[in-house]
Design a protein around this ligand. Sequence first.
Ligand code: CU1
Length: 223
Amino acid sequence: MIYTLSLIIATVAAAPVEDVERDNAGITEALAQRGRELFPMLVGTKCARFCDARAGVKPMMSGGEERIVVKGPVKALEMLALNDDLNTLVNSDSRCTRRNAMARAAGLASGLALATVNQPGFAAETKTVKMGSDSGQLVFIPDEITICKGDSVTWTNNKGGPHNVVFDEEAIPDGVSQESISMDDQLGDEGATFTKKFDVAGSYSYYCEPHRGAGMQATLIVK
Ligand code: CU1
């Protein structure tokens, strides 16, 4: 994603000024009518390169110059959504909100449709937790992770198994079924995994049943 945005920024820097000014006028007007803060350079230049949002046709390429990234017309709605996502990225205090806006913006910038980036789970990630340290200690590594709603965690049996993942009924968010997120068996083979998706925000404590007495426990925070 960083690469994609760097590419956009590099593209912005190289844009012919007259293209930008010409296209900025229409887009600036459209955005001003919506009462939104404008992310001016990107919106104007993006449209100068990839589309003419007003006429719905691709602009002529100036000076016979080779363009590296042309994925076809970008629709005005996508442009406005991209602008909103970039403003969210700049203004939001929430890491998860920014993460999701970043993923959407990168998707839109690479030519994906609005319907695609609006799909639930478009920005979702999966984080990995090792069961047992590389030297065989009976611990989860890391023993605390933070994910965003809709993300998943994959636990991998690393060393010292069998291990499992059992959530503490007293230390999970209200309304979450302890059974639905816990394992009812154990992982015996090294490399075996257990994956679960988490949709409810809050703090979750869990432990490894065979090694609970040895202190093999950890925390998952869903934001
Ligand atoms: Cu264990």
